[in-house]
Design a protein around this ligand. Structure first.
Ligand code: SAM
Length: 450
Protein backbone atom coordinates (compact mmCIF):
# COMPACT_ATOMS: atom_id res chain seq x y z
CA UNK A 1 0.00 0.00 0.00
CA UNK A 2 1.40 3.43 -0.84
CA UNK A 3 1.63 6.17 1.75
CA UNK A 4 -0.91 8.09 -0.26
CA UNK A 5 -3.45 5.29 -0.25
CA UNK A 6 -2.76 4.59 3.41
CA UNK A 7 -3.33 8.30 3.93
CA UNK A 8 -6.72 7.92 2.30
CA UNK A 9 -7.42 4.99 4.59
CA UNK A 10 -6.27 6.98 7.57
CA UNK A 11 -8.63 9.73 6.49
CA UNK A 12 -11.47 7.28 6.03
CA UNK A 13 -11.03 5.66 9.40
CA UNK A 14 -10.55 8.93 11.24
CA UNK A 15 -14.33 9.01 11.65
CA UNK A 16 -14.25 6.01 13.92
CA UNK A 17 -12.27 7.90 16.54
CA UNK A 18 -14.17 9.92 19.10
CA UNK A 19 -12.12 13.00 18.36
CA UNK A 20 -12.17 12.44 14.61
CA UNK A 21 -13.01 15.98 13.56
CA UNK A 22 -10.41 17.50 15.85
CA UNK A 23 -7.62 15.08 14.85
CA UNK A 24 -8.44 15.51 11.17
CA UNK A 25 -8.22 19.25 11.53
CA UNK A 26 -4.91 19.09 13.42
CA UNK A 27 -3.38 16.84 10.75
CA UNK A 28 -4.54 19.17 7.99
CA UNK A 29 -3.25 22.17 9.89
CA UNK A 30 0.16 20.48 10.19
CA UNK A 31 0.09 19.62 6.47
CA UNK A 32 -0.69 23.25 5.65
CA UNK A 33 2.35 24.32 7.69
CA UNK A 34 4.56 21.94 5.71
CA UNK A 35 3.18 23.16 2.38
CA UNK A 36 3.76 26.79 3.35
CA UNK A 37 7.32 25.98 4.44
CA UNK A 38 8.04 24.44 1.02
CA UNK A 39 6.10 26.82 -1.22
CA UNK A 40 6.41 30.17 0.54
CA UNK A 41 9.75 29.73 2.31
CA UNK A 42 11.53 27.48 -0.22
CA UNK A 43 12.41 24.74 2.30
CA UNK A 44 12.95 21.14 1.18
CA UNK A 45 9.98 19.03 2.30
CA UNK A 46 12.19 16.66 4.33
CA UNK A 47 13.67 19.59 6.28
CA UNK A 48 10.20 21.03 6.88
CA UNK A 49 9.06 17.65 8.23
CA UNK A 50 12.10 17.41 10.52
CA UNK A 51 11.46 20.88 11.91
CA UNK A 52 7.66 20.83 12.17
CA UNK A 53 6.64 21.05 15.83
CA UNK A 54 2.97 20.66 14.86
CA UNK A 55 3.74 17.15 13.54
CA UNK A 56 5.32 16.05 16.83
CA UNK A 57 2.09 16.79 18.66
CA UNK A 58 0.09 14.40 16.45
CA UNK A 59 -0.59 10.71 17.02
CA UNK A 60 1.49 8.52 14.65
CA UNK A 61 -1.47 7.85 12.35
CA UNK A 62 -2.33 11.55 12.02
CA UNK A 63 1.33 12.39 11.54
CA UNK A 64 1.51 9.93 8.65
CA UNK A 65 -1.68 11.45 7.20
CA UNK A 66 -0.32 15.00 7.49
CA UNK A 67 2.95 13.98 5.86
CA UNK A 68 1.18 12.19 3.01
CA UNK A 69 -1.12 15.19 2.43
CA UNK A 70 1.81 17.59 2.24
CA UNK A 71 3.84 15.25 0.02
CA UNK A 72 0.92 14.85 -2.40
CA UNK A 73 0.35 18.61 -2.54
CA UNK A 74 4.05 19.38 -3.17
CA UNK A 75 4.44 16.54 -5.70
CA UNK A 76 1.47 17.79 -7.73
CA UNK A 77 1.57 21.50 -6.90
CA UNK A 78 1.38 22.71 -10.52
CA UNK A 79 -1.47 20.31 -11.26
CA UNK A 80 -3.44 21.39 -8.19
CA UNK A 81 -3.12 25.07 -9.09
CA UNK A 82 -4.16 24.36 -12.68
CA UNK A 83 -7.24 22.50 -11.45
CA UNK A 84 -7.99 25.27 -8.98
CA UNK A 85 -7.91 27.85 -11.78
CA UNK A 86 -10.57 25.84 -13.61
CA UNK A 87 -12.84 26.02 -10.58
CA UNK A 88 -12.55 29.79 -10.12
CA UNK A 89 -13.93 32.70 -12.11
CA UNK A 90 -10.57 34.50 -11.92
CA UNK A 91 -7.10 32.84 -11.81
CA UNK A 92 -6.15 31.60 -8.34
CA UNK A 93 -3.07 33.84 -8.34
CA UNK A 94 -5.43 36.62 -7.16
CA UNK A 95 -6.19 34.73 -3.95
CA UNK A 96 -4.20 35.22 -0.75
CA UNK A 97 -1.31 32.71 -0.71
CA UNK A 98 -2.61 30.95 2.38
CA UNK A 99 -6.06 30.44 0.90
CA UNK A 100 -4.49 29.06 -2.28
CA UNK A 101 -2.45 26.64 -0.19
CA UNK A 102 -5.58 25.56 1.72
CA UNK A 103 -7.51 24.99 -1.51
CA UNK A 104 -4.59 23.05 -2.99
CA UNK A 105 -4.57 20.91 0.15
CA UNK A 106 -8.29 20.27 -0.34
CA UNK A 107 -7.75 19.49 -4.02
CA UNK A 108 -5.00 16.99 -3.16
CA UNK A 109 -7.42 15.15 -0.86
CA UNK A 110 -10.24 15.10 -3.39
CA UNK A 111 -8.34 14.43 -6.63
CA UNK A 112 -5.24 12.49 -5.59
CA UNK A 113 -5.75 10.80 -2.24
CA UNK A 114 -9.46 10.02 -2.72
CA UNK A 115 -10.31 11.18 0.78
CA UNK A 116 -14.11 11.05 1.21
CA UNK A 117 -15.55 14.41 0.15
CA UNK A 118 -17.40 15.17 3.39
CA UNK A 119 -14.15 14.83 5.39
CA UNK A 120 -11.96 16.54 2.80
CA UNK A 121 -14.18 19.57 2.29
CA UNK A 122 -15.45 20.05 5.85
CA UNK A 123 -12.10 19.85 7.65
CA UNK A 124 -10.24 21.80 4.96
CA UNK A 125 -12.71 24.68 5.00
CA UNK A 126 -12.21 24.85 8.80
CA UNK A 127 -8.63 25.96 8.08
CA UNK A 128 -9.97 29.14 6.47
CA UNK A 129 -10.03 31.25 9.64
CA UNK A 130 -8.82 34.53 11.12
CA UNK A 131 -8.56 37.27 8.51
CA UNK A 132 -9.57 34.79 5.82
CA UNK A 133 -12.84 33.82 7.55
CA UNK A 134 -14.95 35.84 5.15
CA UNK A 135 -13.68 33.60 2.34
CA UNK A 136 -14.98 30.37 3.94
CA UNK A 137 -18.00 30.36 1.62
CA UNK A 138 -15.78 30.70 -1.45
CA UNK A 139 -13.52 27.86 -0.26
CA UNK A 140 -16.51 25.63 0.37
CA UNK A 141 -18.00 26.39 -3.06
CA UNK A 142 -14.70 25.80 -4.90
CA UNK A 143 -14.03 22.46 -3.19
CA UNK A 144 -17.62 21.26 -3.74
CA UNK A 145 -17.32 22.17 -7.42
CA UNK A 146 -14.01 20.30 -7.62
CA UNK A 147 -15.67 17.22 -6.18
CA UNK A 148 -18.61 17.45 -8.62
CA UNK A 149 -16.36 17.97 -11.65
CA UNK A 150 -13.61 15.57 -10.55
CA UNK A 151 -13.73 13.21 -13.55
CA UNK A 152 -13.63 16.04 -16.09
CA UNK A 153 -10.84 17.88 -14.28
CA UNK A 154 -8.69 14.74 -14.09
CA UNK A 155 -9.22 14.17 -17.81
CA UNK A 156 -8.48 17.79 -18.78
CA UNK A 157 -5.26 18.41 -16.86
CA UNK A 158 -2.19 16.18 -17.34
CA UNK A 159 -0.92 15.74 -13.78
CA UNK A 160 2.71 15.01 -14.64
CA UNK A 161 3.08 17.76 -17.21
CA UNK A 162 1.23 20.39 -15.15
CA UNK A 163 3.45 19.57 -12.15
CA UNK A 164 6.68 20.10 -14.12
CA UNK A 165 8.07 23.61 -14.69
CA UNK A 166 8.24 24.41 -18.43
CA UNK A 167 12.03 24.91 -18.53
CA UNK A 168 12.62 21.52 -16.95
CA UNK A 169 10.14 19.71 -19.18
CA UNK A 170 11.45 21.35 -22.35
CA UNK A 171 14.98 20.29 -21.43
CA UNK A 172 13.82 16.68 -21.14
CA UNK A 173 12.01 16.89 -24.50
CA UNK A 174 15.25 18.12 -26.08
CA UNK A 175 17.36 15.43 -24.40
CA UNK A 176 15.05 12.41 -24.55
CA UNK A 177 12.12 13.24 -26.90
CA UNK A 178 8.52 14.24 -26.18
CA UNK A 179 7.26 10.77 -25.32
CA UNK A 180 10.05 10.04 -22.86
CA UNK A 181 9.67 13.48 -21.26
CA UNK A 182 5.97 12.81 -20.68
CA UNK A 183 6.80 9.39 -19.19
CA UNK A 184 9.40 10.94 -16.86
CA UNK A 185 6.91 13.59 -15.69
CA UNK A 186 4.26 10.90 -15.14
CA UNK A 187 6.73 8.73 -13.18
CA UNK A 188 7.31 11.62 -10.77
CA UNK A 189 3.66 11.45 -9.76
CA UNK A 190 4.04 7.95 -8.39
CA UNK A 191 5.31 7.51 -4.86
CA UNK A 192 8.51 5.46 -5.10
CA UNK A 193 9.10 2.11 -3.41
CA UNK A 194 11.85 1.54 -0.83
CA UNK A 195 15.01 -0.07 -2.19
CA UNK A 196 17.63 -1.75 -0.03
CA UNK A 197 21.18 -2.85 -0.79
CA UNK A 198 22.00 -6.14 0.91
CA UNK A 199 25.48 -6.75 2.27
CA UNK A 200 27.43 -8.91 -0.21
CA UNK A 201 27.48 -12.56 0.82
CA UNK A 202 23.96 -12.54 2.30
CA UNK A 203 21.29 -14.56 0.53
CA UNK A 204 19.01 -12.20 -1.43
CA UNK A 205 16.19 -14.76 -1.66
CA UNK A 206 16.19 -15.37 2.10
CA UNK A 207 16.21 -11.68 2.93
CA UNK A 208 13.57 -10.88 0.33
CA UNK A 209 11.31 -13.45 2.03
CA UNK A 210 12.01 -12.03 5.50
CA UNK A 211 11.36 -8.47 4.37
CA UNK A 212 8.45 -9.18 2.01
CA UNK A 213 10.59 -7.69 -0.77
CA UNK A 214 11.16 -8.42 -4.45
CA UNK A 215 14.68 -9.01 -5.78
CA UNK A 216 15.35 -6.65 -8.70
CA UNK A 217 17.40 -7.81 -11.72
CA UNK A 218 20.35 -5.71 -10.52
CA UNK A 219 20.24 -7.34 -7.06
CA UNK A 220 18.59 -4.59 -4.97
CA UNK A 221 15.64 -5.55 -2.75
CA UNK A 222 12.42 -3.60 -3.26
CA UNK A 223 9.62 -3.05 -0.73
CA UNK A 224 6.34 -1.18 -0.95
CA UNK A 225 4.53 0.21 2.10
CA UNK A 226 7.48 -0.68 4.29
CA UNK A 227 6.63 1.35 7.41
CA UNK A 228 9.38 2.52 9.77
CA UNK A 229 12.80 1.58 8.40
CA UNK A 230 14.36 0.98 11.81
CA UNK A 231 11.64 -1.60 12.56
CA UNK A 232 12.42 -3.76 9.51
CA UNK A 233 14.20 -7.11 10.02
CA UNK A 234 17.95 -6.78 9.56
CA UNK A 235 18.20 -3.04 10.32
CA UNK A 236 19.72 -3.37 13.79
CA UNK A 237 22.14 -6.08 12.73
CA UNK A 238 23.27 -4.06 9.71
CA UNK A 239 22.27 -6.55 7.01
CA UNK A 240 21.30 -3.84 4.49
CA UNK A 241 21.03 -0.12 3.91
CA UNK A 242 18.54 2.10 2.10
CA UNK A 243 19.68 2.91 -1.43
CA UNK A 244 17.71 3.35 -4.63
CA UNK A 245 18.41 0.59 -7.16
CA UNK A 246 19.98 3.13 -9.55
CA UNK A 247 22.18 4.61 -6.81
CA UNK A 248 23.56 1.12 -6.17
CA UNK A 249 24.98 0.87 -9.71
CA UNK A 250 28.01 3.25 -9.71
CA UNK A 251 29.92 1.36 -6.99
CA UNK A 252 29.13 -1.96 -8.72
CA UNK A 253 30.45 -0.56 -11.98
CA UNK A 254 33.68 0.55 -10.28
CA UNK A 255 33.97 -2.98 -8.86
CA UNK A 256 37.29 -2.67 -7.02
CA UNK A 257 39.19 -5.83 -6.15
CA UNK A 258 39.23 -6.70 -2.42
CA UNK A 259 42.15 -5.00 -0.70
CA UNK A 260 42.55 -2.27 -3.33
CA UNK A 261 42.63 1.41 -2.44
CA UNK A 262 39.54 3.39 -3.37
CA UNK A 263 38.91 7.09 -2.95
CA UNK A 264 35.19 7.79 -2.59
CA UNK A 265 34.65 11.50 -3.32
CA UNK A 266 31.56 13.37 -2.10
CA UNK A 267 30.87 10.30 -0.04
CA UNK A 268 28.36 11.22 2.63
CA UNK A 269 26.03 9.84 3.91
CA UNK A 270 27.89 6.79 2.66
CA UNK A 271 25.65 4.52 0.61
CA UNK A 272 28.40 3.96 -1.93
CA UNK A 273 31.15 3.91 0.72
CA UNK A 274 29.30 1.01 2.37
CA UNK A 275 29.11 -0.89 -0.92
CA UNK A 276 32.83 -0.41 -1.59
CA UNK A 277 33.87 -1.29 1.97
CA UNK A 278 31.60 -4.37 1.90
CA UNK A 279 33.48 -5.53 -1.23
CA UNK A 280 36.67 -5.51 0.87
CA UNK A 281 38.18 -2.35 -0.63
CA UNK A 282 40.29 0.02 1.51
CA UNK A 283 38.10 3.09 1.21
CA UNK A 284 38.93 6.71 1.93
CA UNK A 285 35.64 8.60 2.04
CA UNK A 286 35.93 12.35 1.44
CA UNK A 287 33.18 14.92 1.96
CA UNK A 288 33.27 18.59 2.86
CA UNK A 289 30.24 18.48 5.18
CA UNK A 290 31.33 17.46 8.68
CA UNK A 291 27.79 16.69 9.84
CA UNK A 292 27.25 14.41 6.86
CA UNK A 293 30.59 12.66 7.45
CA UNK A 294 29.40 12.02 11.03
CA UNK A 295 26.28 10.39 9.62
CA UNK A 296 28.45 8.33 7.28
CA UNK A 297 30.44 7.08 10.28
CA UNK A 298 27.24 6.18 12.16
CA UNK A 299 25.95 4.31 9.13
CA UNK A 300 29.19 2.34 8.76
CA UNK A 301 29.13 1.49 12.47
CA UNK A 302 25.63 0.03 12.17
CA UNK A 303 26.76 -1.96 9.14
CA UNK A 304 29.97 -3.10 10.86
CA UNK A 305 32.04 -1.75 7.98
CA UNK A 306 35.16 0.37 7.98
CA UNK A 307 36.50 3.29 5.96
CA UNK A 308 38.88 6.14 6.56
CA UNK A 309 37.02 9.44 6.55
CA UNK A 310 38.27 12.88 5.54
CA UNK A 311 36.46 16.21 5.86
CA UNK A 312 37.75 18.24 2.92
CA UNK A 313 36.86 20.06 -0.27
CA UNK A 314 37.55 17.55 -3.03
CA UNK A 315 38.90 20.32 -5.27
CA UNK A 316 41.63 21.07 -2.69
CA UNK A 317 42.52 17.56 -1.47
CA UNK A 318 44.74 14.79 -2.82
CA UNK A 319 45.51 11.33 -1.39
CA UNK A 320 49.08 10.65 -0.21
CA UNK A 321 49.54 8.29 -3.17
CA UNK A 322 47.67 7.95 -6.44
CA UNK A 323 45.03 5.21 -6.30
CA UNK A 324 43.69 2.61 -8.73
CA UNK A 325 40.01 3.41 -8.11
CA UNK A 326 38.15 6.72 -7.72
CA UNK A 327 34.40 7.21 -7.39
CA UNK A 328 33.03 10.75 -7.75
CA UNK A 329 29.35 11.10 -6.83
CA UNK A 330 29.27 14.80 -7.54
CA UNK A 331 26.86 17.34 -6.03
CA UNK A 332 24.07 17.94 -8.53
CA UNK A 333 20.54 19.26 -8.96
CA UNK A 334 19.18 15.80 -8.04
CA UNK A 335 16.42 16.01 -10.64
CA UNK A 336 16.75 12.23 -10.98
CA UNK A 337 15.33 11.92 -7.46
CA UNK A 338 12.22 14.04 -8.00
CA UNK A 339 10.06 11.05 -7.07
CA UNK A 340 11.58 11.17 -3.58
CA UNK A 341 12.19 14.93 -3.35
CA UNK A 342 9.31 16.56 -5.25
CA UNK A 343 10.18 20.04 -3.95
CA UNK A 344 13.24 20.03 -6.23
CA UNK A 345 10.98 20.73 -9.23
CA UNK A 346 9.70 23.88 -7.53
CA UNK A 347 13.03 25.22 -6.30
CA UNK A 348 15.72 24.56 -8.91
CA UNK A 349 16.63 27.09 -11.59
CA UNK A 350 18.42 26.76 -14.96
CA UNK A 351 21.23 28.96 -13.60
CA UNK A 352 21.81 26.52 -10.74
CA UNK A 353 22.11 23.63 -13.18
CA UNK A 354 24.68 25.55 -15.22
CA UNK A 355 26.65 26.37 -12.09
CA UNK A 356 26.51 22.76 -10.87
CA UNK A 357 27.86 21.65 -14.26
CA UNK A 358 30.87 23.92 -13.68
CA UNK A 359 31.37 22.54 -10.14
CA UNK A 360 31.24 18.96 -11.45
CA UNK A 361 33.91 19.71 -14.05
CA UNK A 362 36.13 21.21 -11.36
CA UNK A 363 35.71 18.15 -9.13
CA UNK A 364 36.26 15.81 -12.07
CA UNK A 365 39.59 17.51 -12.82
CA UNK A 366 40.68 17.02 -9.20
CA UNK A 367 39.53 13.37 -9.32
CA UNK A 368 41.66 12.67 -12.40
CA UNK A 369 44.74 13.90 -10.51
CA UNK A 370 44.14 11.25 -7.81
CA UNK A 371 44.11 8.38 -10.28
CA UNK A 372 47.12 6.11 -10.96
CA UNK A 373 47.87 5.28 -14.63
CA UNK A 374 45.53 2.47 -15.70
CA UNK A 375 43.23 3.31 -12.79
CA UNK A 376 39.45 3.50 -13.05
CA UNK A 377 37.28 6.55 -12.42
CA UNK A 378 33.51 6.32 -12.07
CA UNK A 379 31.65 9.62 -12.25
CA UNK A 380 27.97 9.77 -11.38
CA UNK A 381 25.19 12.22 -10.60
CA UNK A 382 21.54 11.71 -9.66
CA UNK A 383 20.52 14.33 -12.22
CA UNK A 384 18.74 13.77 -15.52
CA UNK A 385 19.99 17.06 -16.96
CA UNK A 386 22.53 16.44 -19.77
CA UNK A 387 24.66 19.29 -18.46
CA UNK A 388 25.28 17.32 -15.27
CA UNK A 389 26.13 14.07 -17.05
CA UNK A 390 27.32 13.44 -20.60
CA UNK A 391 28.11 17.11 -21.24
CA UNK A 392 30.42 17.23 -18.19
CA UNK A 393 32.31 14.15 -19.43
CA UNK A 394 32.51 15.46 -23.01
CA UNK A 395 33.86 18.79 -21.73
CA UNK A 396 36.48 16.96 -19.66
CA UNK A 397 37.61 14.82 -22.59
CA UNK A 398 37.52 17.73 -25.03
CA UNK A 399 39.86 19.65 -22.70
CA UNK A 400 42.43 16.84 -23.11
CA UNK A 401 42.04 14.96 -19.79
CA UNK A 402 44.19 11.77 -19.96
CA UNK A 403 41.14 9.49 -19.92
CA UNK A 404 39.28 7.09 -22.13
CA UNK A 405 35.84 5.66 -21.57
CA UNK A 406 35.45 2.05 -20.48
CA UNK A 407 31.98 1.37 -21.88
CA UNK A 408 29.45 -0.24 -19.56
CA UNK A 409 28.38 -3.63 -20.89
CA UNK A 410 24.79 -4.98 -20.89
CA UNK A 411 25.80 -7.90 -18.64
CA UNK A 412 26.77 -5.43 -15.90
CA UNK A 413 23.30 -3.87 -15.70
CA UNK A 414 20.75 -6.67 -16.06
CA UNK A 415 17.30 -5.35 -16.87
CA UNK A 416 18.71 -1.93 -17.78
CA UNK A 417 20.48 -2.81 -21.02
CA UNK A 418 18.56 -0.11 -22.90
CA UNK A 419 19.81 2.50 -20.42
CA UNK A 420 23.33 2.23 -21.88
CA UNK A 421 23.99 5.16 -24.20
CA UNK A 422 25.76 4.88 -27.57
CA UNK A 423 28.90 6.31 -25.88
CA UNK A 424 28.83 3.51 -23.28
CA UNK A 425 27.58 5.51 -20.28
CA UNK A 426 24.56 4.56 -18.17
CA UNK A 427 21.56 6.88 -18.23
CA UNK A 428 18.71 5.65 -16.05
CA UNK A 429 15.44 7.58 -16.04
CA UNK A 430 12.58 7.56 -13.52
CA UNK A 431 10.39 6.17 -16.31
CA UNK A 432 12.47 2.98 -16.55
CA UNK A 433 10.99 -0.18 -14.97
CA UNK A 434 7.48 1.36 -14.75
CA UNK A 435 5.86 -1.98 -13.96
CA UNK A 436 8.29 -2.59 -11.07
CA UNK A 437 7.86 0.88 -9.53
CA UNK A 438 10.44 2.95 -11.43
CA UNK A 439 14.03 3.82 -10.61
CA UNK A 440 15.85 7.06 -9.83
CA UNK A 441 17.48 8.94 -12.69
CA UNK A 442 21.24 8.44 -12.58
CA UNK A 443 24.09 9.14 -14.97
CA UNK A 444 27.19 6.95 -14.69
CA UNK A 445 30.35 7.16 -16.79
CA UNK A 446 33.37 4.90 -16.35
CA UNK A 447 36.80 6.00 -17.54
CA UNK A 448 40.38 4.81 -17.29
CA UNK A 449 43.52 6.91 -16.95
CA UNK A 450 45.74 6.51 -20.01
C1 SAM B 1 25.11 13.25 -3.94
S1 SAM B 1 25.69 13.54 -2.33
C2 SAM B 1 26.69 12.12 -2.08
C3 SAM B 1 25.96 10.84 -1.76
C4 SAM B 1 26.93 9.75 -1.34
N1 SAM B 1 27.95 9.51 -2.34
C5 SAM B 1 26.23 8.44 -1.06
O1 SAM B 1 26.27 7.53 -1.85
O2 SAM B 1 25.62 8.32 0.02
C6 SAM B 1 26.87 14.79 -2.65
C7 SAM B 1 27.82 15.09 -1.49
O3 SAM B 1 28.82 15.95 -2.00
C8 SAM B 1 29.31 16.73 -0.93
N2 SAM B 1 30.09 17.83 -1.54
C9 SAM B 1 29.62 18.83 -2.32
N3 SAM B 1 30.63 19.58 -2.76
C10 SAM B 1 31.78 19.05 -2.27
C11 SAM B 1 33.16 19.39 -2.37
N4 SAM B 1 33.58 20.43 -3.10
N5 SAM B 1 34.04 18.62 -1.71
C12 SAM B 1 33.64 17.58 -0.95
N6 SAM B 1 32.35 17.21 -0.82
C13 SAM B 1 31.42 17.94 -1.48
C14 SAM B 1 28.07 17.10 -0.17
O4 SAM B 1 28.37 17.43 1.16
C15 SAM B 1 27.25 15.80 -0.29
O5 SAM B 1 27.43 15.02 0.86
Amino acid sequence: MTTESSAANAAGSEHSAANAAHAGLAARFAALGLIEAVIARGQPLDDAVDQAGALDRLAPRDRAFAHALAAAAVRSWGFLLAVLDRCLDRPGSHLPDRLRAILALGAAQLLILDVPAHAAVGATVELVDGKLSKLKGLANAVLRRMEREKAGLLAQVDRGRASTPDWLFEGWVKAYGAEAAAAIAAAHQVEPPLDLTLKPGLDAGDWAARLGAAVLPTGSLRLTGAGRIADLPGFAEGAWWVQDAAAALPARLLNPAPGSAVVDLCAAPGGKTAQLAALGALVTAVDQARGRINRLRENLTRLKLEAETVVADVAAWQPAEKVPFVLLDAPCSATGTLRRNPDIALHRTPEEIRELGRVQLRLLRAAVQMLAPGGTLVFCTCSIEPREGPEAIEALLAAGAPLRRVPISPAEVPGLETAITPAGDLRTLPSHWPEAGGIDGFFVSRLTRV
